[in-house]
Write a protein that binds this ligand. Structure first.
Ligand SMILES: [Zn+2]
Length: 489
């Protein structure tokens, strides 16, 4: 008995020692690199004016292709050429899928793989109505209170215009890249992404294997629940996407003599069954690295937990599961989004359909999601089909801590000293998903700082970009381009 107690106490002391040791190994928060980097001088009000001008082109994407207005896109493109003559003077511009732009700035060393920067010209709709809830009209391009207001200020004219601002200045300086740099500006990211998809296929057909692809999807956040200070969240992976259409059929007829199985009843049971069978939710290697990276800014307890996931993993998982964002990071999500059935209160519909959207975690696939759903429903009379005929698999995971990640992290450290840099999984979809056919190293990150309270502005009301944040973003892109273009093998 004594021996057992002794062994127990010994084990406890041993585990405690490991936990405390690992906690103590967490370094201090970053202070930035020792080498002072000279950033280019930016006239913040001039760059802000340019973004405001770009916002005024209503390059809106809606689900209905008939609503696409070619003139607006051509107007924006003409404006881009006029505003950034140095850039368009050094690149060759190819129009792809009619309205998407592939700009190639040829490097002197053809043996180096090119780097590709993505951004999109289109935006999601926004209402001009006085009662829409917008504090400034969404397409007026108002600069007020230190912000550039309007639809696209962040997503994604913020990125596209900042890239152009940076590249135009770099071209004006006489810079001649060693590595080829490509700037691909899709025109329908928010709906189909056919522009970016066609560009990716074109690059593949030419045998191009990019060194890295940079796109939207991550930024520097402040005020997050886990870490209040700034964290640069570099999207090293993106979840997959599929929408399944469930269809239940039944006998129609008068509602006074219903059969035991009705279409609406069967479909409702199916949806409830899917929601009752969630996918596996646990911390994967990317999330573990993210948690580890944020450890220095966490409370002692948080630091102890995330630096000892071997012991506290289940506890951390439980905490993450309490938030919608946390759950989405841990596994494949289930979201019933559309339901259709019935037309008359006293008639039984012969058919009921539902759309259920899934964002697929790396450990699942389109096929495994369908299998999971079929098993959960357990009703052979419900048919399952894929909306649009095709889903998107989860992306590969890009290098973390090596390769292009280091280049990007170094730029962030130099332009935003004191910022924690952490890998992240992007929960939405970006154009970069199509580039998985040409490279594994895709980084979804735009160099802007947003507070957690601002996230709802993206695709929501009152989208805006800080004037100073935008100028800082241009400085960051400039450094990215200068270093990427000048990189050796
Ligand atoms: Zn976007």
């Amino acid at each position: 008995m004594k021996r057992i107690i002794f062994a127990g106490v010994f084990t406890l002391i041993f585990i405690t020692a490991i936990v405390l040791y690992r906690t103590s190994q967490v370094g201090p928060p970053p202070t930035g690199s020792d080498v002072k980097v000279d950033l280019i001088t930016i006239d913040a009000s001039e760059t802000a004016t340019h973004l405001a001008q770009a916002i005024r082109f209503r390059t809106v994407s809606t689900q209905d292709p008939a609503e696409f207005v070619p003139e607006v896109f051509l107007g924006l493109q003409n404006w881009m050429r006029e505003t950034y003559p140095q850039f368009y003077g050094v690149v060759t511009t190819e129009m792809v899928d009619t309205y998407s732009q592939l700009n190639i700035w040829q490097g002197s060393d053809p043996s180096l793989d090119p780097i590709v920067f993505l951004a999109h010209q289109d935006v999601v709709p926004a209402s001009d109505a006085a009662d829409s809830g917008w504090e400034k009209p969404p397409f007026a391009g108002v600069i007020e209170d230190g912000f550039i207001w309007g639809r696209g200020a962040i997503d994604d004219k913020g990125s596209m215009i900042a890239l152009l601002e940076a590249a135009d200045r770099l071209a004006a300086s006489g810079f001649a890249p060693t590595r080829t740099m490509m700037f691909a500006f899709g025109h329908n990211e928010e709906v189909l992404g056919s522009g970016a998809k066609t560009i990716a296929k074109l690059l593949k057909s030419r045998g191009v294997h990019p060194y890295a692809v940079i796109d939207e999807g991550g930024a520097i956040t402040t005020g997050m629940p886990d870490v209040k200070g700034p964290v640069a969240r570099i999207g090293v992976a993106e979840k997959g996407y599929v929408t399944l259409i469930l269809t239940a059929k039944a006998k129609g007829g008068h509602s006074s003599t219903p059969p035991t199985r009705t279409a609406i009843g069967a479909l409702s049971r199916a949806i409830a069954a899917i929601e009752a069978a969630p996918f596996t939710q646990k911390i994967d290697p990317v999330i573990a690295k993210m948690l580890n990276a944020t450890a220095p800014e966490q409370s002692f307890m948080g630091r102890m937990a995330v630096s000892n996931l071997w012991l506290f993993g289940p506890l951390v998982t439980k905490k993450m599961k309490q938030t919608q964002g946390g759950r989405a990071m841990l596994g494949t999500t289930i979201a019933p989004t559309i339901i259709n059935a019935g037309f008359k209160e006293n008639a039984l519909p012969r058919e009921a359909t539902a759309y259920v959207n899934f964002r697929i975690h790396d450990r699942d696939s389109v096929e495994s999601v369908i299998a999971h759903v079929r098993k959960a429903i357990d009703d052979p009379e419900i048919t399952i089909s894929i909306a649009g005929g095709v889903g998107t698999e989860p992306s590969p995971v890009s290098q973390i801590g090596t390769g292009p990640y280091v280049w990007l992290a170094d730029v962030v450290a130099d332009v935003f000293p004191g910022t924690i840099i952490a890998p992240n999984v992007v929960l939405g979809g970006t154009d970069s998903r199509y580039f998985a056919i040409v490279t594994d190293d895709i980084y979804r990150f735009a160099p802007y700082t947003f507070d957690a309270s601002d996230f709802s502005r993206i695709h929501g009301l009152n989208e805006r970009m800080g004037v100073e944040d935008f100028a800082r973003g241009v400085q960051a892109y400039y450094l990215m381009l200068e270093r990427a273009g000048g990189l050796g093998g």
